[in-house]
Design a protein around this ligand. Structure first.
Ligand SMILES: *Cc1c(COP(=O)(O)O)cnc(C)c1O
Length: 382
């Protein structure tokens, strides 16, 4: 058969400043691009394996997992294929079909799918709604108290540490304590935080913690981190009956090549960048304040923001779209002329973006570019 030419490239994304929050934390440092090449063959980490991926000595996956465990202060760590697979594994090992899991109203769709695929019943803790969409510990307390009054057992409490809609940072430590006081284990989803900001799993009262390599840990992925408190290790890492060394929830082996090689190569870089989180946050705060000077542009979610993912409501840019010959596409196209991408094509009412990892000069250039577009088209605004 004949097929298309699949020699792929993504010049546009690589040669422009990409504001897509989904992609800012997954950019590889040079040493990891090298590892990607070295380990590009299938099963490339398996040369020295004696049956357990997590115990491979060369490349030193064994000591990498120990370093990772110290980095996030958790007892046991495994790699999985993503944050979602980590959540699924925890629910699968811990819950029975029909059990109830409580999670925040800002939870990622993958938290819902992980629960659905396990036939679990989801009870949501609502956010405060417009404009902050804050998840309050007291709301968790109320939901758990209500379920308790109804005689409903809860098998797991899940919280999104930083959500992907508003970039709100939640009080995980307080919510973890509420879960523990009710005798329920606590799973923290750190897809948007682990690898960007300091994470201390014990201090945050977690029993289980998941992270995303391709989202926030400078790995090509797909790869995730699953951290487990010692008292749950036997349950989550239960072995196969037929294949004594293999861990059931891990399906024996998880990441078997380039994804884990790039994550390993990135660990020193991640440790370093996490220590500079306050500098990143300052850049974001500067960016938000510059954007809001445009007028008709407002950051929503908790203010001042505590994360680089920011959501703007942009009625000003939207009002231009009505009169502009390119309609809603003008913003994307004008940004592209300035070598800025990552805002969805056609979207002007609101957008999410992130300047994570850009230099101060680049952040200044990006903010200035938005301001310039605003002033060029101001006459078209209402
Ligand atoms: C991106 C994201 C995920 C999914 O992460 P994967 O590693 O791709 O499974 C889960 N939760 C949140 C909050 C996210 O933003």
């Amino acid at each position: 058969m004949k097929c298309q030419d699949y020699s792929l490239n993504r010049q546009t994304e690589r040669n422009n400043l990409n504001l897509n929050p989904l992609q800012r934390g997954g950019v590889l440092p040079p040493e990891s691009r090298e590892a990607l090449y070295e380990f590009s063959d299938g099963y490339s980490v398996c040369d020295y394996c004696s049956g357990r991926l997590d115990e491979i000595p060369k490349p030193s996956i064994d000591s990498f997992l120990e370093d990772m465990a110290r980095f996030i202060n958790v007892d046991q760590v495994r790699t999985v294929h993503g944050a979602r697979e980590g959540k699924f594994a925890v629910m699968h090992a811990l819950c029975q079909p029909g059990d109830t899991v409580v999670m925040d109203g800002n939870a990622h769709y993958t938290s819902h799918l992980a629960a659905e695929r396990n036939n679990l019943n989801i009870v949501e803790v609502p956010s405060t709604g417009e404009p902050e969409y804050r998840i309050d510990p007291v709301a968790y307390q109320e939901v758990l108290d209500n379920l308790d009054d109804q005689g409903e057992d809860v098998s797991l409490v899940l919280l999104t540490h930083v959500d992907g809609d508003y970039g709100n940072l939640t009080d995980a430590r307080a919510i973890g304590k509420i879960a523990h006081d009710a005798g329920i284990p606590f799973l923290l989803n750190c897809a948007y935080s682990m690898g960007r900001m300091p994470i201390d799993a014990k201090n945050l009262n977690t029993d289980f913690i998941v992270g995303s390599g391709h989202k926030s840990m400078a790995a090509s992925g797909p790869i995730g981190i699953l951290g487990v408190k010692e008292e749950w290790a036997d349950l989550i890492f239960k072995r196969s009956g037929r294949h004594q060394v293999k861990e059931l929830e891990m399906m024996g082996c998880t990441s078997r090549g380039a994804p884990i090689a790039t994550l390993m190569a990135s660990l020193p870089y991640i440790i370093d960048r996490v220590s500079k989180w306050d500098v990143e946050l300052q850049k974001t705060l500067y960016f938000v304040s510059e954007m809001e000077k445009i007028g008709g542009v407002k950051q929503i979610g908790v203010r001042p923001t505590q994360h680089d993912l920011v959501r703007f409501e942009t009625p000003f840019f939207h009002s231009i779209a009505d009169k502009h010959p390119r309609k809603g596409f003008y913003l994307y196209e004008e940004l592209k002329k300035k070598k800025i991408v990552g805002i969805k094509r056609g979207q002007t009412q609101w957008f999410k973006c992130s300047v994570y990892g850009f230099s101060q000069e680049q952040v200044h250039y990006i903010a200035h570019s938005f301001a310039e577009i605003a002033s060029n088209f101001r006459k078209m605004a209402d």
